[in-house]
Each structure stands twice: as structure tokens, then as C-alpha cells.
Design a binder for this molecule. Structure first.
Ligand code: ATP
Length: 441
């Protein structure tokens, strides 16, 4: 399968099976926006939940916030976004299409129509809107271009209300908006995206150690969501390419079907943000160490993970095809922890009330431990298995006449089918529950 082919298959499966739909589709779409459907929303929640447990809840030094998307515009002046959150843009003089100049490195003609390209100018990517009834400039607000802003502005609130000891961090998941010049590659480059960000506050002496800890955790997270180590690469960003506030940045890149591209970022932001907000807001954003009586502005390590790029990396690495009988079977080898459906229960025949009743009983039993246990009695059993394979359900459980005791020694047992191998085994319901539990854990 070539890479373009793989991308087309993922986009098609995502739509067909209710993971991801083009945004505003019935009106012809809106570039750079996608909607998550019934299965996509659960997959997204599972990714976010796992991130929350690994990056926030399993630790004693992490706290959460959920800040407003609309913030006082002075925040984005202080952070440097109003002046500098821009990408270089060039316009084709003939077809008027716009491109990111840095994506066209050595290209001199328009890649679409061969027309001449105009000169490069900077384009600010923040979306502007107006708060309040009057459309005058005093009421301009921006949709946040990153979630980090709402963390820095709540630093003082968290310190004053929770009194955490340094080092500690604040985690947030939420939407961010970037008016990308050329949104593309499905959910890779969006104009409306979700981020999972941590700002971890440290004394300047501790930054290197903290940087290493978060770096390791990001690799563990990649492993937990099922990305093979061989597909995730660290890129040490050279000084001239780093954001102005960063003294060290590592991009975590992933081998997408369209090339090796940034999946997540890890940056040492020094005390740039807190100092800038302290100056601009006239607030003291320093930290007093009660033991040493030392007072200083904390430095910051920032692991920043895009939810949508994570989802695309997961779909890319989970997509498989193999020959089954005469035709090809497509399936998603999702890690059971994040699979939207953990298991599907089904009666072998749907017109046999005794099979249906038993299957319902088995499903209710399994649902006690985990709610994402689906029911399917449509079409023949082979078709049901294929449908579950395509959405990445790790287990299918079938109730047949042996379950009811047609073969006395098999009474009470069910068939457990494994997604990746198609292998089947005969187990009791308690054993099946154990298998599901241990796969998820
Ligand atoms: P790029 O260089 O690809 O534009 P960036 O370096 O501007 O990305 P950051 O500002 O570091 O990205 O944002 C942190 C994370 O947010 C990225 O690592 C990525 O996972 C995600 N992200 C950034 N921009 C987008 C986007 N337009 N669409 C989807 N996810 C994004």
C-alpha cells in the first residue's frame, strides 16, 4: 500500500465508520475544520483520559485548570503573539492562491498553476472577533492560539488557593485556534484544534532534570497509546529555529503517510511567560520558597501535545489489512486501553429468543466492569466481526447453542474471538471478563 493510498483509506474509514467527518459537510465544508463522530468522540476522550491520568492525576505535583477561550487581549500582547505569531505567506499573482513561504523553500513558481509568486509577507494566525455589541477596536478579542495562556494567567490563582510547593505544574486540555494559511493533511493541520498542555514550574536550577522527566513521560505516553517506538523521532530544534522564548526545544516527530512531521513539542520556556505577564499586568508572579526564603520567578518546562495529531498518528499506526479467505480484511489494531469499544457481544442467531436472552445476560454481566461493551445482531456473524475489526474492537463474544448446553461439557461457555489474529477460544464468562480487564489494564 503506498502512502497516499493509506491516507485515503484512513480518511474513508474514519468517515464511513463514524470517527471523523468533514466540518460543515452539508454546506460544502469549511477548510481546516473536522467534526468527531460517535466513535471518534469516544476515541478522543480515551486519549484525553489517558493523558490526564499520566500527566496530571497519577502525580502529586500536578493540578488542572479549564480556562476561558476568550481572554483579555493584553495577554496576547504580553506573550508576543500579537506582534509575532505569524507565518510567512506568498500569493500567486495569477491564481491568487496563498502558500506558506517556508513550505515552498526553493520553489519559484506557483505549485498549482506555475504563475509568478509575489513577495513574502508575515501573516498573523490569530483569529480576531469582537466582544460586546460595538464593533470598535477596543472590543477586539482573540480566540486563543494555544491553551498555555490560560495556564500562565492562572499561576497566581493556583499558588494562592492551593499553595503548591515548587516544582509543580498545571495541566489543561482545550481548544485552540490558528488561522493556518494552508490547512491540510486531514486532521494534521487544522484551524480549530485541541491541545493537551502542561506548564511545569521549576526553580531555574532544576530545569534540566524536569526537562528529562517530561521527555521520558512523553515517550511512555506514545507507547501507551500504541505508537511503535520506531515511528516516533526526536528532533533537537536548533537555536535559530526555536521560538524566541525557548532555550531548548525537542519536537517529537511521527512518520505520517505524508512524511515525518511534528506530532508534539517539548520546550524549556525559561521565565519568559511569567515575567512578561508580571510586567504587563503589574502583578507579582514570583514564588517564595518558604524554606530558603528565596523569591524568584519560576522557569517553565512545557510538554505540548495536539489531540488531533495524536489521533491521526494512532489511526495511521493501527490501520492494517490482511488476506482472509478470498478477500481483504481491514482492521484497526488499537491498543485496548483506547479502543472506543472494548468488546462486542452477539447471539449466533437473532431469531432464537433463548440465544438472544442469554447474550443479553452475558453483555449485562460484562458491562458491570466496563460500559463500552457493544451489542450487534445484524447480518451474519462474519459481517459482525468485520464491522468490529474496522472500528478496532479487540474482542467479540458469541453466544451459541453450546452456551445453552447443547454440548453439556460446554454449557456456560462462550466463543471469544481476537481481533488481530481472528483466533477463537472457548471460555467461561468470568474468564472473558478477566481477559478484557487485563487487556485494558
Ligand atoms: P507546526 O510547526 O506544525 O505548525 P507548531 O510548532 O506551530 O506546529 P506548537 O505551537 O508547538 O506547534 O503547538 C503544540 C502542538 O499543537 C503541536 O505539537 C501539535 O501537536 C499541535 N498543533 C499545532 N498546530 C496545529 C494545527 N494547525 N492543527 C493541529 N494540531 C496542531
Amino acid at each position: 500500500m503506498n502512502d497516499q493510498n493509506l491516507m485515503e483509506k484512513i480518511v474513508s474509514l474514519a468517515k464511513r465508520r463514524g470517527f471523523i467527518f468533514p466540518g460543515s459537510e452539508i454546506y460544502g465544508g469549511l477548510a481546516g475544520t473536522y467534526d468527531y463522530g460517535p466513535l471518534g468522540v469516544v476515541l478522543k476522550e480515551n486519549i484525553e483520559r489517558l493523558w490526564l491520568s499520566m500527566f496530571r492525576d497519577d502525580r502529586d505535583d500536578m493540578y488542572g485548570v479549564d480556562a476561558a477561550i476568550l481572554m483579555n487581549p493584553k495577554i496576547w500582547e504580553a506573550s508576543g503573539h500579537v506582534a509575532g505569531f505569524s507565518d510567512p505567506v506568498v500569493e500567486c499573482e495569477k491564481c491568487k492562491k496563498r502558500f506558506r513561504a517556508d513550505h515552498l523553500a526553493d520553489v519559484e513558481k506557483c505549485p498549482e498553476c506555475e504563475g509568478a509568486l509575489g513577495s513574502v509577507r508575515q501573516f498573523n494566525m490569530m483569529f480576531k472577533t469582537h466582544a460586546g455589541a460595538t464593533e470598535d477596536t477596543s472590543a477586539i478579542v482573540y480566540l486563543r492560539p494555544e491553551t498555555a495562556g490560560g495556564i500562565f494567567t492562572n499561576f497566581k490563582n493556583v499558588v494562592d488557593s492551593i499553595h503548591p510547593k515548587l516544582p509543580f505544574g498545571i495541566a489543561q486540555i482545550g481548544k485552540a485556534f490558528r488561522n493556518e494559511i494552508a490547512p491540510r493533511d486531514f486532521i494534521f493541520r487544522l484551524r480549530e484544534l485541541s491541545q493537551m498542555e502542561v506548564e511545569y514550574f521549576v526553580s531555574p536550577k532544576e530545569w534540566k532534570q524536569a526537562f528529562e522527566e517530561w521527555r521520558k513521560l512523553m515517550h511512555l505516553f506514545a507507547e501507551a497509546i500504541g505508537l511503535p517506538q520506531s515511528t516516533v523521532h526526536e528532533l533537537e530544534v536548533p537555536a535559530q529555529d526555536r521560538a524566541h522564548y525557548s532555550k531548548r526545544t525537542i519536537d517529537f516527530e511521527f512518520d505520517y503517510p505524508f512524511g515525518r512531521k511534528e506530532l508534539w513539542g517539548l520546550a524549556y520556556r525559561t521565565d519568559f511567560d511569567l515575567s512578561a505577564h508580571a510586567n504587563a499586568s503589574n502583578n507579582d508572579l514570583s514564588y517564595l520558597d518558604e524554606e530558603t526564603k528565596e523569591k524568584f520567578v519560576p522557569h517553565v518546562i512545557e510538554p505540548s501535545l495536539g489531540v488531533d495529531r495524536t489521533m491521526l498518528a494512532i489511526l495511521t499506526s493501527a490501520y492494517r489489512e490482511d488476506a482472509m479467505g478470498d478477500d481483504t480484511r481491514a482492521y484497526l489494531a488499537l491498543a485496548p486501553k483506547i479502543a472506543p469499544v472494548k468488546a462486542m457481544v452477539s447471539p449466533l442467531l437473532k431469531n432464537k429468543p433463548e440465544l438472544v436472552a442469554k447474550a443479553r445476560e452475558v453483555r449485562a454481566e460484562l458491562k458491570k466492569a466496563h460500559s463500552a461493551i457493544a451489542w450487534d445482531d445484524n447480518g451474519n456473524i462474519g459481517k459482525r466481526y468485520r464491522r468490529q475489526d474496522e472500528i478496532g474492537t479487540p474482542f467479540c463474544i458469541t453466544i451459541d447453542f453450546d452456551t445453552l448446553g447443547e454440548t453439556p461439557e460446554l454449557k456456560g461457555t462462550v466463543t471469544l474471538r481476537h481481533r488481530d489474529t481472528g483466533k477463537q477460544e472457548r471460555l467461561t464468562v468470568a474468564e472473558v471478563a478477566g481477559r478484557i480487564r487485563s487487556a485494558i489494564e
